[in-house]
Ligand binder design. Structure first.
Ligand code: FAD
Ligand code: SF4
Ligand code: SF4
Length: 400
């Protein structure tokens, strides 16, 4: 425990009792910080109360992202980006299981004593259950996305109590932003952060609405992903894959499904993690790895022998498709399914690929989220939207 660990007086602060308040109110993404005594630091740490990318990027990576470089503007500070996949995929992982493999290796080699990750509740595969895994078996039990807001940081007090000195945290952007602010109070010798990109997250009830409106068989969905072929792929219990074109989604019904936190989030690519593992900058079937710093490189090197690796690629031009999608989303237009399928096929043939697809997805979400923030939280707009996101959004004409 370090000298800066909050004192018991802090824990008993009347205004900020653990679990009793969510200072970000409806913008809270349930990151879990406020379930712990670290709520004391919420005003600095919460991604929705204090946007501080430049400071935290400099703290973590030694510099903030270079805005004259398009790749850094979009994908954050990085040293290397590659497409990769496990030579032997982990059955039942979200993609090929690179995230779980790194975590297992780190425990096996004694690099860390515990891993913050998310299993699911015993009675519901989509209800998140954050834990500190101490064995590879516990890590593997956390594989696959729980596509709901998850209070990962709620386990931070256990880290402090256990006296653990070396920790790996797996998480999404809003969790990692808060973690980076309180990291120095955890008494750790070394923290590794393995992030995933994240967008359009939902509460458990929001997820049910999404499944009910979009899938033909909502009760049998095991997992889903918004894919590079412009379709949502639902995997069902029997192994079958159901594909629904993005352009056929019932946007009029789904507009309120995404959590307000996620409609005002600009950390899609998890800019403060040491290593990010997603899929959207890679060819279909591959994962996308962004090594941000030396610690990220160390994690990548641990598993590189288990991976097929190829350079990232980029094809097409996203701008027109993004510009056209802005008013369509804004008005909640739904295309009839036959038209949506045709459009999906056409876009897949000529549309953006690789890093350009990732930029397409970032542009579409940032323009939507910018409009949402401007309309609902005009007083926060200037301070909440980071400079890199303002630059990205400024390429497009937005409705009032
Ligand atoms: P696995 O080995 O299956 O491990 C998954 C890990 O994710 C587990 O360790 C688990 O602890 C953690 N996890 C699961 N659910 C959550 C949660 N709710 N919060 C925090 N951690 C969680 N990638 C993209 O490229 N583009 C996207 O738009 C995108 N959206 C995403 C949205 C969400 C809500 C999440 C959780 C992830 C998203 N990802 C996205 C990342 C991607 O889907 C995969 O998670 C990633 O590529 C890792 O795959 P894997 O097979 O290596 O993971
Ligand atoms: Fe607290 Fe996290 Fe919610 Fe912010 S997002 S109010 S830090 S629980
Ligand atoms: Fe957090 Fe942003 Fe993901 Fe929402 S979209 S859960 S705010 S990282």
């Amino acid at each position: 425990m370090t000298a800066t660990t909050p004192s018991p007086q802090h824990h008993k602060s009347k205004a900020l009792q653990p679990g009793s308040r969510r200072p970000a109110k409806e913008l809270c993404s349930e990151c879990g910080l406020c379930d712990t005594h670290y709520i004391h630091y919420v005003k600095e740490a919460c991604a929705f109360l204090n946007q501080q990318f430049n400071r935290l990027e400099t703290l973590v990576h030694g510099r903030s992202r270079h805005l004259e470089d398009e790749n850094e503007t979009y994908f954050g500070v990085h040293d290397t980006m590659v497409a990769a996949r496990k030579k032997v995929p982990i059955e039942g992982a979200q993609w090929t299981g690179i995230v779980s493999t790194i975590a297992c290796e780190m425990l096996d080699r004694g690099l860390v004593e515990g891993v913050v990750c998310v299993q699911n509740a015993a009675d519901d595969r989509f209800t998140p259950q954050p834990i500190i895994a101490r064995t590879p078996e516990e890590v593997l039990a956390a594989k696959v996305n729980k596509p709901t807001l998850s209070p990962n940081l709620s386990v931070l007090e256990q880290v402090e109590r256990s006296g653990m000195k070396r920790l790996l945290a797996i998480g999404v952007g809003c969790q990692i932003q808060a973690l980076r602010e309180v990291e120095r109070h955890l008494g750790l010798e070394k923290l590794y952060v393995l992030g995933t990109p994240c967008v359009d997250n939902v509460t458990r009830s929001g997820l049910q609405k999404f499944l009910d409106t979009t899938s033909k068989s909502p009760d049998t969905v095991v997992h889903y992903e918004f894919m590079q072929d412009f379709r949502v792929h639902f995997k069902h219990e029997d192994g079958s894959i159901e594909k629904v074109p993005f352009f056929g989604l019932k946007t009029n019904k789904l507009k309120d499904v995404f959590a307000p936190s996620c409609m005002s989030c600009f950390d899609y690519v998890n800019g403060l993690a040491d290593l990010v593992v997603g899929y959207m900058g890679a060819p279909f079937g591959w994962q996308w790895m962004v090594v941000r710093n030396e610690t990220g490189r160390e994690m990548f090197d641990l598993v590189k022998d288990q991976l097929d690796v190829q350079p990232v690629d980029s094809k097409g031009d996203r701008h027109q498709a993004v510009q056209q999608s802005i008013p369509a989303y804004d008005k909640g237009v739904t295309l009839p399914m036959w038209a949506a399928k045709l459009m999906g096929v056409a876009i897949e043939k000529i549309g953006p690929k690789g890093l350009e697809y990732a930029r397409f997805s970032i542009d579409s979400h940032f323009t939507r989220n910018y409009l949402y923030t401007k309309r609902n939280y005009p007083e926060k707009l200037d301070s909440h939207v980071p400079e890199f996101a303002k630059k990205i959004v400024s390429q497009y004409e937005l409705p009032e």
